[in-house]
Ligand binder design. Sequence first.
Ligand SMILES: NC(=O)c1ccc[n+]([C@@H]2O[C@H](COP(=O)([O-])OP(=O)(O)OC[C@H]3O[C@@H](n4cnc5c(N)ncnc54)[C@H](OP(=O)(O)O)[C@@H]3O)[C@@H](O)[C@H]2O)c1
Length: 331
Amino acid sequence: MKAIVYTEYGSPDVLHLAEVAKPAPKDNEVLIRVHATPVNFGDLMARNFKNVTPRKFNMPIFFWLPSRMAFGWRKPKKNVLGSEFAGVVAAVGAQVTRFKPGDEVFGYRGANMGAYAEYVCLPENGMLALKPANMTFEEAAAVPYGALTALSLLKKVNLQPGQKVLINGASGGIGAAAVQLAKHYGAEVTGVCSTPRVGFVKALGADKVIDYTQEDFTRNGESYDVIFDILGKSSFGRGKKSLKPKGVYLFASFKVKQLAQMLWTKIAGGPKAICALSSEKPEDLAYIKGLIEAGQYKVIVDKRYRMEQAAEAHRYAEARQKYGSVIIAVG
Ligand SMILES: NC(=O)c1ccc[n+]([C@@H]2O[C@H](COP(=O)([O-])OP(=O)(O)OC[C@H]3O[C@@H](n4cnc5c(N)ncnc54)[C@H](OP(=O)(O)O)[C@@H]3O)[C@@H](O)[C@H]2O)c1
């Protein structure tokens, strides 16, 4: 089968199309013919991991080390990127009962990657679900990473209807999902992004959008029940005055400093800092599918590329010009 392969870390030019062995499903696995896979934050980072120093890594050093070991120290151990996909079931293992050939599905392989390929295998009880009926393969492929991560992290703060939430990094993979999920929970949502993506975040349903190049949300006099910082670009020290007395500062990206703030605020009372790791579950994907089919969650596809244009797709995503998802159409 064809796959987009990389054998060296580096610029988008390390990506090239190659013939690799087609996987065969085990008894409990489903073989999927991939139709679309997006370029997300994890793909860009993994492609260039050798140059992601502990300082550039948005997590504590004790996460960086095992991640580098897992992905490969000098050269990538996993040669095919792609954590999420949508496609059609091509074959099933002998014990599979939930899926059959011809089913349209979408799924998430997380750090296992491998979706930049014509075929992938997943256990039937893994992060795999029937594709939402009202989405194209390209749209559905771009759902799992952002939606599952945002859902898992937002569960930590138990959002209530009417609460005010600010999402710092609202135009990215996780943020775009968080805006829509917070709206679904009945919150009043303010999204923060840069000038070109203000319209995009509004189109996702945010009640208000702050352009961080024009306005510092910590100085606008507003106060929020939850501030969800995706990239860790704001600081709890400065931002906590924008929280209500029992407010929560939720970090998707954090360092030791934020972990210490979490510990301290747990003891001291008042506004809390929470550093959370996503722990997705297969039932979460089914839940998201339900939201999509109820018209409460959407994906906006910005650009599409063919497999042989993978380097171009990465260059475009990396240039931070995108409005929504960048998709690689497979096959
Ligand atoms: N906790 C977990 O379990 C977990 C799981 C997965 C990922 N992560 C973390 O999540 C991060 C990736 O998130 P993502 O996939 O959503 O990234 P992404 O798609 O690259 O989006 C990044 C977002 O941050 C915004 N941004 C950039 N500079 C900013 C600034 N100075 N102030 C405010 N916003 C700014 C961008 O807006 P503009 O483009 O408009 O500038 C964009 O909305 C990584 O740090 C990763 O480590 C955490």
